[in-house]
Design a protein. Structure first.
Length: 94
């Protein structure tokens, strides 16, 4: 059985990645895709192109705005580098 949560009147389904996703379209045609991105945008406005929303506490289930921050992809990769190495993931070199 899928794990779901309700937030802001929408149903969000937990995906294998651990993130919550919805496929509901907004009236402007955009999609409410990932819960952490939606929460961030509701509080701070549009996410600039090329930026990512990061869970500061590394808990994908915690989508409270106080635990979300905007990072560049490089900052985001650096934030997760130690965790990824511990999990056996190889980091790309640029």
């Amino acid at each position: 059985m899928e794990t779901t949560v309700k937030y802001d009147g929408y149903t969000w389904t937990k995906k294998p990645s651990g993130y919550y996703q919805s496929t509901v379209r907004c009236t402007d045609g955009s999609r409410k895709n990932w819960l952490h991105q939606y929460v961030y945008e509701q509080a701070n406005g549009h996410i600039p192109e090329g930026y990512e929303v990061h869970h500061k506490d590394h808990n994908k289930e915690n989508n409270d705005i106080t635990y979300l921050e905007l990072l560049s992809p490089t900052q985001h990769q650096d934030e997760h580098a130690e965790q990824n190495i511990a999990n056996g993931y190889k980091l790309a070199s640029y």
